[in-house]
Design a protein around this ligand. Structure first.
Ligand code: C2E
Ligand code: CA
Ligand code: CA
Ligand code: CA
Length: 282
């Protein structure tokens, strides 16, 4: 320790110790939460210009017995660092597939695709494709209604194997979206090799779309790129009517964001859709 210099000092920094303890508690909590079924999926609808429902993104929420509802930003990073994201991700994928099967009986949600977020650690496990197929088999969910959201950063390591896994799942009917597009560093040549179906424009580019000409230029470029590669382009973080109009003027016709709806628990989503039918029926 004598040669460790400032590292030695930092190790005994009380705030750092508190941080280490917080993380250890969080890790233990995630394990218990997984055993006790505390993780649930909420669903955020995606729409087109005509307010037609196109799909749903599944977003995890942790219903902690003492702390209440915890958002993913507060535990996904620790789940990723500890590797717990692999069993947690499997559990969530299974939940989403069960929900899909349940909704096959629901008049308005029958056949509506559900998108599930996949972490780097998950896709890099050797048997990822087999595990996804096993979940589809076990639940009886149709692969055609399952979409997996991946990010650019996870497609840099083990590229060949990852592309191979994606190809095999696509043969089965599963679709792939590139999430947070524009925030990574991948080259366009690289992007062309990926077996993708959709680009999701990151909400960071949508937020100031009307006032920031750089953001507007990026969105236009992504839309053009998507068109030339035959990919669907969906914008995230659509919060206003103005966002929606500006995006449509740029050729983007699929939207997800608070302007349409926040993520909702399944029962609330079903109730909202039922209301809309009554509204449009009167
Ligand atoms: P993401 O995949 O980019 O998900 C979109 C996030 O933006 C969600 O936050 C959503 O609630 C939020 N959002 C939606 N519309 C709007 C809007 O109009 N304005 C703004 N400001 N925000 C909007 P959420 O649910 O807190 O999730 C945060 C992140 O946590 C997700 O970002 C994703 O990276 C991760 N995450 C969520 N669920 C899962 C999961 O099941 N597995 C994994 N691996 N990661 C997940
Ligand atoms: Ca996502
Ligand atoms: Ca995103
Ligand atoms: Ca994000």
């Amino acid at each position: 320790a004598k040669s460790a210099g400032s590292n030695c000092f930092r190790f005994f920094d009380p705030s750092m110790q508190a941080q280490v303890q917080h993380r250890a508690e969080l890790e233990a909590g995630i394990r218990v939460g997984m055993e006790q079924g505390q993780f649930e999926l909420w669903y955020q609808p995606q729409y087109d210009r005509q307010q037609q429902l196109l799909g749903l993104e599944a977003l995890v929420r942790w219903r902690h017995p003492e702390k209440g509802l915890i958002s993913p930003a507060d535990f996904i990073p620790v789940a990723e660092e500890t590797g717990l994201i692999v069993p947690l991700g499997d559990q969530l994928l299974e939940q989403a597939c069960q929900q899909l099967v349940h909704w096959q009986q629901h008049s308005q949600l029958n056949g509506v695709p559900v998108a599930v977020n996949i972490s780097a650690r998950q896709i890099h496990t050797a048997d990822f494709a087999e595990r996804v197929c096993a979940v589809l088999d076990r639940t009886g969910a149709s692969a055609n209604t399952l979409e997996l959201e991946v990010t650019e950063s996870m497609l840099v390591k083990d590229v060949e194997q990852t592309i191979d896994k994606m190809r095999r799942l696509r043969l089965r009917g599963v679709r792939f979206s590139l999430d947070d597009f524009g925030t990574g560093y991948s080259s366009l040549i690289f992007l062309k090799q990926l077996p993708l179906d959709k680009l999701k424009i990151d909400q960071g580019f949508v937020r100031d779309l009307l006032s920031d000409s750089n953001d507007a230029a990026i969105v236009k470029t992504v839309v053009a790129l998507g068109q030339s590669m035959d990919l669907t382009v969906l914008a995230e973080g659509v919060e206003t009517r103005e966002h929606c109009d500006a995006l449509a003027a740029m050729g983007c016709y699929e939207y997800q964001g608070y302007y349409f709806s926040k993520p909702l628990p399944p029962a609330e989503l079903e109730a909202r859709l039922a209301e809309q039918v009554v509204e449009s029926g009167t």
